[in-house]
Design a protein around this ligand. Structure first.
Ligand code: GAR
Length: 190
């Protein structure tokens, strides 16, 4: 069994799509959900799927508690599903090529510091882009710069508000993230 820890800061709809996809899997188990935010919706979603969940704030993460929790959980992989904090370098070193991030745009465009959540869709709308999409990539020490595993595009209308762009992108995230996570894990095993 390959164990995945999910890190999420907010509502957790992506975390839910992943927990649901692997609920009855005999190769992948979501073993832990960690949030930096005690009010995050993702915690109740984890409870719903009987997935253990904890809050580790960013100060605690910097002190090494996040790495400790990940190691204690026996996680083989880490999936960032709407995690809005920088991952400490010690974790990136301990989980090389084992951390995947779901980004709500077509990297390298609309990535980097400050480009997360709604900010991304606002920037895409402002730039009058004709398309947006999702990028699933490995995490390295620079925001949104690790090797790209998968991208999927979606056409935008000039009438789309940033909220409509966000809804189109989120739909792609829910549809594709679980299968790309599974594919990445299976490919690495061969
Ligand atoms: C998702 O769109 C995810 O791609 C984005 O935050 C949203 C979380 O939604 N992540 C980032 O911006 C990270 N840089 P959710 O909490 O409903 O899954």
């Amino acid at each position: 069994m390959t164990r995945i820890a999910i890190l999420a800061s907010g509502s957790g709809s992506n975390a839910e799509s992943i927990m649901k996809a692997f609920e009855n899997s005999n190769i992948i188990q979501i073993s832990l959900v960690i949030s930096n935010n005690s009010n995050a919706g993702v915690l109740a979603r984890a409870d719903k799927f009987n997935v253990p969940n904890v809050v580790i704030n960013s100060a605690q993460a910097k002190e090494g508690l996040l790495l400790q929790a990940l190691l204690n959980s026996g996680a083989d992989y880490i999936v960032l599903a709407g995690y809005m904090k920088l991952i400490p370098k010690s974790i990136i070193a301990a989980f090389e090529k084992k951390i995947l991030n779901i980004h709500p745009a077509l990297l390298p465009k609309f990535g980097g510091k400050g480009m997360y959540g709604e900010n991304v869709h606002k920037a895409v709308a402002e730039a009058k882009e004709k398309e947006s999409g999702i990028t699933i990539h490995f995490v390295n020490n620079n925001y949104d710069e690790g090797a790209i595993l998968f991208q999927k595009r979606v056409a935008l209308s000039s009438l789309d508000s940033y909220k409509e762009i966000g809804a189109k992108v989120l739909k792609l995230e829910h549809e594709f993230s679980p299968q790309i996570i599974e594919k990445t894990i299976l490919n690495a095993a061969h």
